[in-house]
Design a protein around this ligand. Structure first.
Ligand code: COA
Length: 330
């Protein structure tokens, strides 16, 4: 089955809405403070979709930029995978609208729901289609409008989340020095209620009661998520390095899901992995779920922090519970 091809990242793009919510804004909305939010999470501000913006509109903009950076026209795409838990509609998938908006009439499309791990899940899937020789140009998107599912009366969760989209174009390469080296995906459904949105699905459809009880908003067991996240981020970092026989010296950058600066510091401290090699932009974007890794990757590439030849680790965990990692040679 294996064609000898590798899947390489040919271009990255991102988009975040212009509107910003700062910690000072939250001080006016709920009983919190800039000091508490900064100390407990590392977040200072997040971008929030304005009226008329949505997961699809942001994904299209990020995807256009990724295609441009990859030197391809959207019409050349063979597959579009969109990781999101905040799709524009339950049916059809966001990827269908994205395909139409981009003008990619030949592409196979699907959404994938693995919350904050979704982008890495999609990357792992697209990689295999390319390696098998079935598809050439694959667009992998992480896009979220979490603000539309955030309860701005719940101070324990509302301060965390932001909106945005990021995308990469994967292409086949025969160059052995490039491409995705390793991907890993896991889940543990026992943790389904750590982070979830109770209503709006087939079990509890929308009704006056579900709206009144605020059941369409994301619910989170923050402390439990916190402990789980440290354990899994640490495991992923160790597993990715071990699988590719890497030491911290061999790694140019870890681009983790931007979850909480304390979680990232604890996970790396235990492994004595240097924080200078961990990309952090949570202060400016908050937690954008599936979009966080491609947004950070785009920044790291555009700022010249990483480039051709860099060894990059992507690690994420999220609702489900899910966790996933990748080792990529740019
Ligand atoms: N401002 C001020 N106080 C707040 C607050 C806020 N925004 N949110 C919670 N608190 C209070 C709590 O009510 C609690 O008060 P109490 O001691 O009087 O009961 C106190 O702060 C401690 O709450 P706790 O939940 O134990 O705080 P924490 O140190 O665990 O920090 C999170 C809370 C949410 C920041 C942290 O648990 C976290 O980041 N968890 C991971 C969540 C996550 O990443 N989810 C997405 C996963 S992809």
């Amino acid at each position: 089955m294996n064609s000898g091809l590798r899947a390489a990242i040919a271009g990255v793009g991102a988009y975040v809405p212009a509107k910003v919510l700062t910690n000072a804004d939250f001080e006016r909305m709920v009983d919190t403070s800039d000091e508490w939010i900064t100390k407990r999470t590392g977040i200072k501000e997040r971008h929030i979709a304005e009226e008329g913006e949505s997961t699809v509109s942001m994904a299209i903009e990020a995807s256009r930029r990724a295609c441009k950076n990859a030197g391809i026209e959207p019409g050349e795409l063979d597959m579009i995978a969109c990781a999101t838990i905040t799709p524009d509609t339950l049916c059809p998938s966001s990827a269908c609208y994205i395909q139409q908006g981009l003008g990619a009439p030949e592409a196979a499309v699907f959404d994938l729901s693995a919350a904050c791990s979704g982008f890495v899940y999609c990357l792992a899937i697209a990689r295999r289609f390319i390696e098998a020789g079935q598809f050439k140009n694959c667009l992998v998107i992480g896009a979220e409008t979490i603000s539309r599912f955030t309860d701005y009366e719940d101070r324990g969760s509302c301060i965390l989340f932001g909106d945005g989209a990021g995308a990469v174009v994967l292409k086949p390469t025969e160059d052995d020095a490039k491409g995705i080296r390793y991907t890993v995906m896991h889940a543990d459904g026992k943790g389904w209620d750590y982070i979830w949105i109770p209503a709006g699905g087939s079990k509890l459809p929308a009704s006056q009661q579900t709206v009144e009880q605020r059941l369409h908003y994301l619910k989170m067991r923050g402390r439990d998520v916190y402990k789980f996240a440290i354990e899994k981020m640490q495991w992923l970092l160790e597993d990715c390095m071990k699988a590719c026989d890497l030491t911290p010296d061999d790694v140019d950058l870890v681009v983790p899901h931007q979850v909480n600066i304390r979680i990232l510091k604890s996970a790396t401290e235990k492994l004595k992995f240097p924080m200078e090699k961990v990309y952090v932009n949570i202060d400016r974007y908050g937690n954008t779920s599936a979009a966080s890794i491609p947004i950070a990757l785009d920044e790291a590439v555009r700022s010249g922090r990483i480039g051709p030849g860099s060894t990059v680790l992507l690690i994420a965990f999220g609702a489900g519970l899910t966790w996933a990692g990748a080792v990529v040679k740019l």
